[in-house]
Design a protein around this ligand. Structure first.
Ligand code: 3MF
Ligand code: MG
Ligand code: MG
Length: 417
């Protein structure tokens, strides 16, 4: 960088520091650590590249990411195998050395690894998916998944996540979809068997295996595009240990197909399979922009957290988002991660406020009691007696917006005189 550019960038940074302070509302690292929040290695080290974008940021080593996470107060770290171990070094002696180094960095920074995941989308070997026709590709996929289980044990992870990525096709009519799903199940079965073996070896409970769906990207068509399809797959009879497998919905992945994330989460909750959650934001029926949480859909985020809190889900919340493309490495850790986490905590606490709110409470109870004393066979009478059902709905929705903007606590805006 030229001296001139360096000076200008330093002055932008001091402006940002001042404005961040002026924003206020940030939590201490101790407070942030009280939530089950995890930071992905790949999000922190994301270099700004995309299909139409060249990389813009310097690489950041795992030890450096962990140091920043510790400073910010992110208590948990998550990683793909290839985020930290080059593909050619996987399953070699070098892997053992790298993993030992990661363990040391985790301890030094007071962090824990909550989740590990296998990259089955980036390397060219996955061009036809991890359950391709070629038996060599499938055997390699099974080895990779088993290896990730072992890495998980070495790093003390409780969760293992699978976003199959390339499980699908570009051109139609050429793959046998049911057979491909059976092959995919075989790889997961191999991972669960390896987990059971490791559990016995380490004297630890087995891990929670979580399937993450995404409706499109990077394949033209995806075989398991939604969390619902993952739930159906878990119950298809193809898995030898369905009790070990749950889901990791990602907020934006459900919006991308036009779904309501809250309803998708609800379906996972009633199946008893909501075990892990990827936190971010974005737009309906668009590509995977992975924006920082609550910058697009704050009201929906409040409502999602109300649902999760009221059903006892307390994490892990994995911040699977992408810091803006040209933000500097400094900005990623100074602004992007801390502000995303502080918004999340604020929304989590606001959700608690909504659950304790007397207006919402009374309205909800009244809805559940109903009008009473009407004939159960007379539609006209039931309707007449319950005319205010949707009025109460609207009142609750109004109150939620009040909570979002703080007017439930007396925040006032200047009125026209
Ligand atoms: C892609 C994703 C993935 C998964 C990750 C863990 C790169 O859209 O969301 O992140 O979350 O592979 O399974
Ligand atoms: Mg995403
Ligand atoms: Mg994700």
């Amino acid at each position: 960088m030229s001296n001139r550019a360096e000076e200008l960038s330093a002055s932008q940074q001091s402006l940002i520091e001042r404005l961040l302070k002026a924003c206020g509302g940030s939590y201490s690292p101790e407070t942030r650590r009280k939530y089950y929040i995890s930071g992905p290695q790949w999000a922190a080290a994301y270099q700004g590249q995309a299909l139409f974008h060249a990389p813009t940021r310097e690489p950041v080593s795992p030890a450096e990411v962990m140091r920043h996470f510790a400073e910010i107060g992110i208590g948990y770290w998550t990683t793909h195998d290839t985020d930290v171990i080059p593909t050619q070094d996987l399953m070699t002696d070098l892997q053992a050395e790298i993993v030992a180094g990661l363990r040391k960095s985790l301890v030094e920074n007071g962090l824990r690894c909550s989740m590990v995941t296998c990259e089955t989308f980036f390397n060219a070997v996955w061009s036809a998916g991890p359950a391709a026709e070629s038996p060599e590709v499938r055997a390699y996929a099974a080895e990779r998944l088993k290896n990730v289980v072992r890495i998980g044990y070495e790093l003390g992870a409780e969760f293992i996540d699978y976003w199959p990525g390339t499980l699908g096709y570009m051109v139609q009519g050429v793959i046998d979809e049911p057979q491909t799903l059976k092959w995919f199940a075989e790889a997961l079965n191999a991972a669960c068997e390896e987990d059971i073996r490791c559990g016995q070896q380490y004297g630890r409970p087995t891990m929670k295996h979580c399937l993450e769906a995404k409706p499109f990207e990077p394949q033209g068509e995806i075989l398991l595009p939604t969390t619902d399809s993952m739930l159906a797959f878990i119950n298809s009879g193809l898995l030898t240990h369905p009790e070990m497998v749950g889901v990791n919905p990602e907020y934006l992945h459900e919006l991308m197909w036009g779904g309501a994330p809250r309803a998708a989460l609800a379906r996972a909750i009633i199946a008893g399979k909501l075990w892990h959650f990827d936190v971010n934001d974005g737009y309906r029926l668009k590509h995977d922009v992975d924006l920082p949480v609550a910058l697009v859909n704050p009201l929906d985020w409040l409502n999602v957290l109300v649902l999760l809190r009221s059903h006892g889900f307390e994490g892990p919340f994995n911040f699977d988002y992408k810091p803006p493309r040209t933000t500097s490495n400094w900005g990623v850790f100074k602004v992007s991660f801390p502000t995303a986490i502080d918004r999340f905590i604020t929304f989590w606490e606001m959700a608690g406020e909504a659950l304790a709110d007397p207006v919402i409470h009374e309205a909800t109870e009244a809805l559940k009691i109903g009008a009473g004393r009407v004939s159960s066979t007379n539609a006209q009478e039931i309707f007449q007696a319950n005319k205010e059902l949707l009025t109460l709905h609207e009142l609750v929705a109004h109150r939620l917006v009040q909570i979002l903007i703080g007017s439930n606590r007396g925040r006032k805006f200047i009125l026209k005189s």
